[in-house]
Design a protein around this ligand. Structure first.
Ligand SMILES: NC(=O)c1ccc[n+]([C@@H]2O[C@H](COP(=O)([O-])OP(=O)(O)OC[C@H]3O[C@@H](n4cnc5c(N)ncnc54)[C@H](OP(=O)(O)O)[C@@H]3O)[C@@H](O)[C@H]2O)c1
Length: 176
């Protein structure tokens, strides 16, 4: 299973204004859809799910399987499944022979997956913006970890950076 966390954020690390607004340009949104469309499944937190549903975002991604992390479980329909833990999300994907998924935020969900050691890659689109306040990429309780840079590229006014997580460090920290 390959889980790729993909987010757009300001240069100072916010993925949205406090209001939840994500004022990225149309070109940025289009570019993000293109990458997301390559994945058969997307995992999002319940808050992000509601925002994306409101703006019909899943159809713009080609209607992938949607896994929603929430304290409530159950299926909305065949293509939308609520799960109560990151591990259950992976079990649901494996049960459908899906081998890769995009992890699409928000902060709480990203943090839960990193804490569980279930993120393989992180792709960040850095927007040329600073927010004074907002929702951070990760919550405070996110684990400290070393990453390996896989690449970076300029895309219009944005910079896309790609990192691999180093899973061995979880084993090392368990030994201490
Ligand atoms: N810039 C970007 O690329 C980007 C992408 C996505 C989202 N965003 C922004 O991120 C914001 C939302 O982020 P967020 O951190 O507030 O919310 P979130 O991660 O989208 O959703 C939070 C909800 O997920 C569930 N959850 C989280 N961790 C869980 C765990 N360990 N176990 C069970 N359920 C868990 C809970 O749902 P229940 O309350 O149902 O229990 C929680 O209330 C929005 O403003 C959105 O615009 C930005």
């Amino acid at each position: 299973m390959r889980v790729v966390l993909f987010m757009a954020q300001t240069l100072n690390g916010f993925v949205a204004h406090h209001s939840g607004e994500t004022p990225w340009s149309d070109a940025t949104w289009q570019d993000r859809y293109e990458l997301a469309k390559r994945f058969p499944a997307i995992i999002v937190g319940r808050t992000t799910y509601e925002l994306m549903s409101e703006f019909d975002e899943f159809s713009k991604l080609g209607n992938p399987l949607v896994i929603v992390l929430s304290s409530a479980s159950g299926s909305v329909d065949e293509s939308t499944i609520f799960v109560t833990s990151p591990q259950e999300a992976i079990t649901q994907l494996k049960g459908r022979d899906i081998t890769q998924a995009l992890l699409g935020g928000g902060a709480a969900t990203n943090t839960a997956f990193l804490e569980a050691g279930l993120v393989d890659e992180i792709i960040l689109d850095i927007e040329p913006q600073l927010f004074g306040h907002g929702i951070p990429f990760l919550k405070h309780e996110a684990p400290s970890m070393q990453l390996e840079l896989l690449g970076c590229e300029q895309r219009g006014q944005n910079v896309r950076v790609r990192y691999k997580t180093i899973k061995e460090q979880f084993l090392d920290s368990n030994i201490d």
